[in-house]
Design a binder for this molecule. Sequence first.
Ligand code: ATP
Length: 445
Amino acid sequence: MNQQSTTDSRGGALLDSRPPARVLFGKYELGRLLGRGASAKVYHARHLDTGNSVAIKVFPNPRRHPAGPSCSTSTYSFLREISALRRLRHPHIVRLHEVLASRSSVYLVIELAKGGELFSRLKDRGRLPDDLCRRIFRQLLSAVAYSHSRGVCHRDLKPENLLLDDAGDLMVSDFGFSALRSSPDDNLLHTQCGTPAYVAPEILQSRKGTEGYDGAKADIWSCGIILFVLNAGYLPFNDQNLMSLYRKIYRGHHRCPRWTPPDLRRLISRFLDPNPNTRITVDDILRDPWFARGFDAEQLATLMRPQIGDGGLGTKQHRGRSSGGGELNAFDLIASASGLDLSGLFVEVAMDREWFATAEPVDQLMGRVEEVAKEEGMVARREREKGSSAVVEGENGDFVVRVEVYRMAGGVMVVEAEVGGGAAEKGFWRDRLRPVLSGPSHPPA
Ligand code: ATP
């Protein structure tokens, strides 16, 4: 979190790890430290093949630090982050390029946010003018609604985790606290996480044995706090004393500064509703006059379903098992992480993916995906410029399945399917789509 910070009271095992080598795996040249948080250090790096800049987030390898004070936090945070980011491709969410691991560390190679933290921008300027506030907030809402539609709740939304690209556009990062929903019935979470000033009241009240909270509604609360901070330049609920802070949050009483326009005041108060059941929803936000100002229906639709470019490194990403050279990828790491129960985190991600080979051309495969989706009243959206990936969505924008096709040597295509967690999504894939894409299925190695 603190850029270029030299001390870290929360680093635990992180502090014990030696500085990483200057060239990693013969692929990345490591540069300056961009920042550090409780679980990882983040470095600037250059991809040697393409010269592209990336950010590399370095976590201590839990196998090397099994008894370290931050072991469980860092273990789970990098696995959560990998699980979440593998599901997400959105212009306002940092992209995970690949995962590498050595004996001492795990490296997440992620898209570089060249503009740094939104937090620093706020510290410099105090607050944002109305138009800029609206632009950034729209991008945030688009990213958050998209994550929710992919079954990912961030649970730690705050300006420090909102980064900017070189054009000043938003990039949501740090999914280390995120939660994955494996099915629509699996909505309620119990874990208390996040940063107190941004945390929804129902999370503060949530304990094991109670009903739990809806992570998506809790994210909407945090968006409301961020909206307040962008406009005001300070927090709506603040107190040195934690109990007093919690009381303020439970009551939801806040006071907007005098410059906040009346329509924005109304919108903020609908976000900061302590009752998650009456709190504003994404549909309501899209209809709100402050949020929608200057946008017609088409522009709003584009905002919520943006085009997604390749965004890659220009090289094939590591998939499956890596070979030789002492390198490990995330899958090797999980397979070898004896003594740590990682099953709950990764099983689901492995289970909802499937690979098979076929000789059919990409266009034909993608055409079939579109055809079947149409027949079933769904929408298939191509995601890459070359059209080698398509996401099928239900009528209400829910994620159903992503089909991605990789060209291998000898004209062989490998189809990777990621299937949504519900029975309907699985049925659609098994009974409708997989048969027409043909080929026997092989569960992941
Ligand atoms: P936390 O303490 O919230 O768990 P963390 O250990 O997960 O944090 P991050 O918050 O992801 O670490 O990263 C620490 C800092 O590194 C960020 O606050 C930011 O300044 C910088 N950083 C992270 N990701 C990137 C990126 N993709 N591009 C540029 N800088 C980044």
